[in-house]
Design a binder for this molecule. Structure first.
Ligand SMILES: Cc1cc2nc3c(=O)[nH]c(=O)nc-3n(C[C@H](O)[C@H](O)[C@H](O)COP(=O)(O)OP(=O)(O)OC[C@H]3O[C@@H](n4cnc5c(N)ncnc54)[C@H](O)[C@@H]3O)c2cc1C
Length: 421
């Protein structure tokens, strides 16, 4: 909430212009300029929040930060698009104004920077908002780097045209401060090419822990990163590789060792399997605040699907007791991670739910986690009293939310972490 307020505060100097219309002349031209300036501020925030090395200094709640990043993308789009359309109307231009540059006048030349920012912005918006599912994640991420030239051209465009910035000196000073922030961000981004902010760890042990799941323990080579229950790190297997997020399954406070259990489902996770013990990887984190509300001995219900169990392993180690109920959903018995450990820790409070295998001689629930499964395994007061934690694939999360809604569980007591961004 504080962050939303900070974003609002940063737009105030430009919102103040709405009180100065008498001075500013024609409404549509004035509105166009204010919209453009607001668009720049929102884009700058998007850049700040989209860079996790910067945003983690503001908050470790990476998923909430991403939510705000997307929110600003949606509303920033309104301001960015309003700007050229209203300019077109104000100058009595036709739609060709967007596509045909005018090199004949000085003003026309200044507009070229704005046009370049606009075209790149459109490309970024179309690929993020409209065809996101049709392009690979890698291409989509690379396209996000367009935000830097977009802001660069936008700043130059606004500074070279001037308008309100020339009328109000303080506004100009503020605008140059924003440009300075952008400059620092660019330098910071460049420094990350050299792995600043990522920490070297060595793979010390690696073992198969369930079907298709490998557990990796990494030991710090230099700095030992501190983490809390339920947090995740980005793992980067080599200098030029991509980095993906994984939850710390357990950590050793003395040695600084971090253990992750990772299911091989695609390119990155399959390649990760080929790294050898002794190899160096880079970690950055920790991020996330998931299970914070469960780090106590109050009643809690854990609903985990497949590899979505990882955020709960250390939670159960430290806080699992008679008030903890774990429903662990898997396709087959061989998919279950740490079954014996959970049985020993939670006894009858651990419930296996198996959907694709007929299991005999084992106390498992067949099928999926449904309203009836929860009702018949939870003490009556848990529905109104316990906190509910859900983690798994998007379809598992959707299913569990529907079940909890049917049970009438208050939304404020439901905490989720989805294993996709
Ligand atoms: C906060 C968080 C914690 C996670 N913890 C674990 C864990 O402890 N163990 C585990 O096995 N998996 C975990 N995941 C999921 C893991 O990050 C993805 O399975 C993995 O990145 C898939 O990459 P891939 O190239 O192998 O598969 P792909 O086939 O490329 O991707 C499969 C799916 O994984 C998701 N994904 C792909 N790339 C990324 C990325 N860079 N960031 C986030 N999601 C991505 C997408 O939804 C995609 O559809 C976690 C994800 C998140 C967001």
């Amino acid at each position: 909430m504080m962050l939303y307020f900070a974003v609002f505060l940063s737009t105030l100097p430009f919102l103040f212009l709405f009180t100065q219309f008498k001075l500013l002349g024609e409404f549509s031209a004035a509105f166009a300029n204010i919209a453009g300036l607001l668009g720049v501020v929102l884009m700058l925030w998007q850049l700040i929040l989209g860079n996790r090395f910067v945003s983690r200094r503001i908050s470790r709640d990476y998923l909430a930060i991403l939510k705000l990043h997307v929110f600003l993308g949606v509303y920033g789009f309104f301001f960015v698009m309003t700007h050229p359309f209203l300019e077109m109307l104000a100058y009595g231009e036709k739609i060709t104004f967007f596509f045909i540059p005018n090199f004949a006048t000085e003003f026309g030349k200044h507009l070229i920077l704005g046009r370049m920012a606009f075209y790149l912005y459109l490309l970024l918006w179309v690929t993020s908002a409209l065809v996101r599912n049709k392009i690979s994640r890698r291409v989509w991420l690379w396209l996000h780097y367009l935000s830097y030239p977009i802001l660069f051209f936008s700043f130059l465009h606004a500074a070279s045209i001037g308008t309100f910035l020339n009328t109000f000196v303080l506004l100009k000073v503020y605008f140059f401060i924003l440009m300075g922030v952008f400059g620092i961000l660019v330098l910071y981004r460049l420094s990350q090419l050299f792995d600043v902010g990522k920490f070297p760890y060595v793979l010390s042990t690696k073992k198969i822990s369930a079907a298709g799941v490998t557990s990796y323990t990494f030991s710090p080579l230099a700095t030992s990163l501190k983490t809390q229950v339920g947090q995740f790190f980005f793992i980067k297997p080599s200098i030029f590789a991509a980095s993906h997020p994984f939850t710390v399954m357990s950590f050793d406070e003395n040695s600084g060792d971090l253990t992750f259990s990772i299911k091989a489902i695609g390119n990155f996770t399959n390649k990760l399997e080929s790294i050898a013990v002794g190899q160096t990887v880079f970690l950055d984190g920790p991020y996330g605040v998931f299970t914070k509300e469960g780090q106590n001995h109050e009643p809690k219900v854990i609903l985990a699907g497949g590899i979505g169990i990882t955020p709960f392993v250390e939670l159960i180690n430290r806080f699992g007791d008679v008030n903890t109920k774990l429903f662990y959903s898997n396709r087959r018995l061989e998919d279950i991670l740490l079954r014996e450990q959970f049985k020993a820790q939670l006894g009858a409070n651990y419930i296996d739910v198996i959907s694709e295998e007929k299991v005999e001689n084992e106390p498992v629930v067949a099928g999926r986690i449904t309203k009836d499964v929860l009702l018949s395994n939870l003490p009556e007061d848990f529905i109104n009293k316990a906190n509910f934690f859900i983690c798994g694939s998007p379809s598992f999360m959707g299913g569990m939310m529907t079940v909890l809604k049917k049970l009438g569980v208050n939304k404020k007591r439901i905490f989720t972490e989805e294993f996709s961004l």
